[in-house]
Design a binder for this molecule. Sequence first.
Ligand code: FES
Length: 176
Amino acid sequence: MAKTAIKEKTAPATHEEKLAELREHMAEIKTRENPQSQLISILHKAQGLFGYLATSVMDEIAETMGIPTAHIWGVATFYHYFKLTPPGRYEIALCLGTACYVKGAAQILQAVKDELKIDVGGVTQDGLFSLAPARCLGACGLAPVAMIGEKIHGELTPKKIVQILKDYRRQVEKEK
Ligand code: FES
């Protein structure tokens, strides 16, 4: 059977490449009507590329789009979705959707907070984990669910999530 080659789009790797892609996005938006109203879309793009909104990136957006930096800060801090600090190496998206909530997501959240000594939106001191709430992750059958990095972990209990976090730590230690 012939194999089908899947061509993946290569993600920009360096800071300069990411900046170039962001500039390209802004240039395209500037061709539209009322480009300044597209600020959210630009911030989404920036966060998708860099993982968070650094001050320097917001300054770049301000300058290119002719929008005051204070306004950009206002928007970025208003929406919880936007991150102003770099996320941890593993981002924990803990589902607080209905199916997960009725199956004990609040207890899972508490267990993660206690284990990592961070709050929602926080990053561990070693930069390994960050914690963010999530709406339905589309895996309700496995509730309660958390996504750590790219991996879904389901049927969680407070004990199980603590063990999973310890396993990640152990794995990272081994890589050193
Ligand atoms: S509500 Fe949690 S995965 Fe759907």
